[in-house]
Ligand binder design. Structure first.
Ligand SMILES: NC(=O)c1ccc[n+]([C@@H]2O[C@H](COP(=O)([O-])OP(=O)(O)OC[C@H]3O[C@@H](n4cnc5c(N)ncnc54)[C@H](OP(=O)(O)O)[C@@H]3O)[C@@H](O)[C@H]2O)c1
Length: 330
């Protein structure tokens, strides 16, 4: 089997991660062997390699936080799953690998007919998009929200979920070439970030009141969104793609009492009860299985090409997510 591991963290993520070959383990009593089908490389995975994420595993570590697999073999007495089942891999289990051995209770069965590559991205970005829309401002059909990084994985899910809930979106991207895909996903307004964003937003929305702004970027991009909010509007930062501290002008904070909040899915997982988590993931799984919620895929790589995969995932200008899809020889 192949697995992607790292012994140290460093500023260039592809320098620290590397693939190693080991013997494929046999499942012990009560265990199952799972073939990994697909596992995304998210910005949080890159930040984990560079040491900049909010929680870091002890070293040495295996890369990959989420993913989907197929049950390949059952150890003696293993129950709850069958050979061939498509399952969600345990969060944080080191999913950039061709195989893993685990216990059936740690696996969540997924719909057999659904696209496993789409399902492999379900744990992190779809719930983030859904919760950003529901946890901060009581939005009603017809209301507007504004987000930047709109062509990202989270941004794409947010556009689709907002449209399904009757909420209208202003979507900010940082390059013209990203706009078309956001429009195609159902974005109502798509604008390129830059000067006079608030004026351009007002013109495009007919002066609509915007009570929620969703920021994945930080730096000046945060201020541009804050500028578009109505009095007492809420700005939620959930990402640091620019690597810069969020800027918000006192003009927004003082004169319009704009409120700045943060969102971290890991904290939501810690606080939300099991029923709430089950309900959210049940809804999102059904939407993905029905093809009503999806993310674009830029490229797929075998585990052996993990350095190239991570470098590509860390580069700007992609047209979707980079996935690790181990080659299993057919
Ligand atoms: N807080 C949470 O719980 C939580 C949960 C999930 C995700 N996130 C965060 O959400 C953000 C988006 O994640 P994702 O998986 O959706 O991302 P993604 O699909 O990998 O897309 C990355 C996005 O960031 C933009 N970008 C890249 N470098 C940038 C830079 N230097 N300045 C400005 N924009 C830049 C890209 O624009 P181009 O296409 O133009 O390069 C693209 O829109 C990340 O910061 C991630 O860590 C947070």
């Amino acid at each position: 089997m192949l697995k992607a591991v790292y012994e140290e963290r460093g500023p260039v993520p592809e320098d620290v991660i590397h693939a190693v070959e080991t013997e494929t383990p046999a499942p012990g009593p009560g265990q199952v062997l799972v073939e990994v089908v697909a596992a995304p490389i998210n910005p949080s995975d890159v930040l984990t390699l560079t040491g900049d994420y909010g929680m870091l595993p002890p070293l040495p570590a295996q890369g990959g936080n989420e993913g989907v697999g197929r049950v390949a073999a059952l150890g003696e007495g293993a129950e709850g799953v069958s050979e061939g089942d498509i399952v969600l891999l345990p969060v944080g289990s080191g999913t950039w690998a061709s195989h893993m051995v685990t216990e059936p209770r740690r696996l969540i069965p997924l719909p057999a007919g659904a696209d496993p590559q789409q399902l492999s991205m379900i744990t992190v970005n779809p719930p983030t998009a859904s919760l950003l829309l529901s946890e901060f401002v009581d939005l009603q059909p017809g209301d507007w929200v504004i987000q930047n990084g709109a062509n990202s994985g989270v941004g794409g899910y947010l556009v689709q979920l907002a449209a399904q809930r009757g909420i209208r979106t202003v979507n900010v991207v940082r390059r013209e070439s990203a706009a078309e895909a956001v429009k195609a996903a159902g974005g109502d307004v798509v604008l390129v970030d830059g000067d006079h964003l608030a004026e351009r937003v007002a013109e495009a929305t007919g002066g609509a009141e915007i009570r929620l702004a969703i920021d994945a970027i930080g730096g000046e991009a945060t201020d541009h969104l804050a500028d578009c909010l109505t009095e007492e509007g809420t700005l939620v930062n959930y990402g640091m793609m620019s690597g810069e501290p969020c800027m918000v002008s006192p003009k927004s904070i003082v004169f319009r009492d704009v409120r700045v909040r943060g969102f971290w899915l890991a904290k939501w997982f810690r606080n939300a009860d099991r029923d709430r988590q089950k309900a959210l993931f049940g809804e999102l799984t059904a939407l993905i299985a029905q093809g009503k919620l999806k993310a674009r895929i830029h490229a797929t790589y075998d585990v052996g090409d993990i350095k190239q995969a991570v470098a590509e995932a860390n580069a700007g200008g992609r047209e979707g997510k980079v996935l690790v899809c181990p080659a299993h020889g057919g």
